[in-house]
Design a protein around this ligand. Structure first.
Ligand SMILES: [Mg+2]
Length: 421
């Protein structure tokens, strides 16, 4: 049987979520800001066309906002996660093996569908997601996940290809033509360091990379580079989970007001740790290590400067909030020094792996109870906007930051349902 994968990617996801409930945003430039309204994290096509780049600080684009009438939103993660789960539910209803890759992307296995029937199936998935949830999507297919991801990149950049590219039925030369349009830095898993190395050897496009010699790639980029090469040549390697295992999950924030008090900082660090733990559980992952960092404002040299971080290990792998918060606070106490004005802090989980590979616990019954407790709390929090917390955590706004332009919780809070008059 031929292997083949589809990749469903929601277009300009956060902006599209805002547009579902506010049709006046259609056809006009829209941007969504990060936590604390710091910088741009999502742009509508119109905003991209104006030249607003990803990550632009809000204060730098104020004149463009006025000039072009750009609509600005604070990020409304409760809304986006709820819409995301609706999109994933629709995809899941087709009964294909699927793997949720991020809030707005999922892979699905179409190897079992004959080539002639794939086109109609893809059309139907796209149509159902757009009609039932209201989110426009791009779907690309290919013989491997890396190829599907790479072709998706081309589809985003060159819109004349349309929002469906069926790479899984393309000839080799048709695939090569697409790979020539994708720069090597945009190949899934290449990263900044390797793209720099590859560029220095004249390897600029994904196609150039594909043509490299196996031995050269093995010597310069190790076994993972070789795997990537095979995937790009259309030979599937089990790749996604090995990326996931190397990944880290971070919750970090800059504070609007300086913090010099250990008790207050403990509240923030607990909230960050608890939020990271929630992100772990949402993706069915567990972590082995936690890093805590704190730093003063390096741009304000009138104040004394200090920054430090520490990494600690849990007893085994975990996603249980109290374990993670406790370890993070232990780390904070090791690095916190009084007498400084802190501007930024964060909690980063690492050594991450899927839950099913978790080592067995010494007390299995405790693990089961923990899982059920956390599942119940996550459910309540998703529905009621984070009302259940550990005693030490700061109020909700410590995670969400200050938000000036936030939209309604249209789908997750009874009090904020859309009213039609
Ligand atoms: Mg997307």
């Amino acid at each position: 049987m031929n292997r083949a994968y589809g990749l469903l990617d929601c277009n300009n996801f956060f902006v599209s979520c805002e547009r579902i409930f506010n049709p006046s945003l259609k056809g006009v430039p829209v941007v969504v800001l990060s936590n604390n309204d710091g910088c741009v994290v999502a742009r509508s096509q119109e905003a991209k066309d104006i030249g607003i780049s990803m990550g632009s600080p809000h204060f730098r684009i104020k004149s463009e906002i006025r000039k072009w009438g750009i609509k600005v939103f604070s990020s409304n993660f409760s809304l986006y996660t709820d819409i995301s789960s609706r999109v994933m539910d629709v995809l899941n209803s087709f009964g294909l093996n699927m793997e949720i890759y991020s809030v707005d992307e999922a892979f699905f296995d179409i190897g079992c569908i004959s080539e002639e029937k794939r086109g109609a199936l893809i059309e139907m998935i796209k149509c159902k997601v757009e009609r039932w949830v209201g989110i426009p999507v791009t779907i690309t297919t290919a013989k491997t996940k890396t190829l599907a991801k790479t072709i998706n990149h081309v589809a985003k950049k060159y819109r004349e290809y349309g929002s469906i590219i069926e790479g899984s039925v393309f000839s080799d030369s048709e695939i090569d033509a697409l790979l020539k349009l994708c720069s090597v830095k945009d190949v899934w898993g290449i990263g900044f360091r390797y793209s720099f190395l590859l560029n220095s050897f004249g390897v600029r496009s994904a196609y150039n990379f594909k043509c490299l010699d196996n031995g050269w790639v093995r010597r310069n980029m190790g076994i993972n580079g070789l795997r990537l090469l095979q995937e790009l040549r259309g030979f599937p390697i089990h790749i996604a989970s090995s990326y996931k295992e190397k990944r880290t999950l971070a919750t970090t924030r800059s504070f609007k007001k300086y913090i010099s008090d250990l008790v207050l900082m403990s509240g923030y660090v607990s909230s960050f740790a608890s939020h990271s733990a929630f992100k772990l559980r949402r993706e069915n992952l567990v972590a082995r290590e936690v890093t805590v960092f704190i730093r003063t404002n390096s741009h304000n040299l009138r104040y004394k400067q200090y920054s430090n971080s520490v990494t600690l290990q849990f007893d085994g792998y975990t996603s249980f909030s109290p374990d993670i918060v406790k370890k993070a606070l232990e780390g904070l106490r090791m690095i916190f020094k009084p007498g400084y004005l802190y501007k930024k802090a964060g909690v980063i989980l690492s050594e991450i792996r899927p839950l099913d590979k978790e080592q067995t616990y010494m007390f299995p019954s405790r693990k089961m109870v923990n899982k059920d407790v956390m599942r119940a709390i996550d459910k309540v929090n998703l529905k009621w906007n984070g009302v259940v917390k550990l005693g030490i955590e700061n109020p909700l706004d410590s995670i969400n930051g200050e938000k000036e332009f936030v939209s309604q919780l249209y789908t997750t809070d009874w009090r904020q349902l859309l009213t039609v008059s």
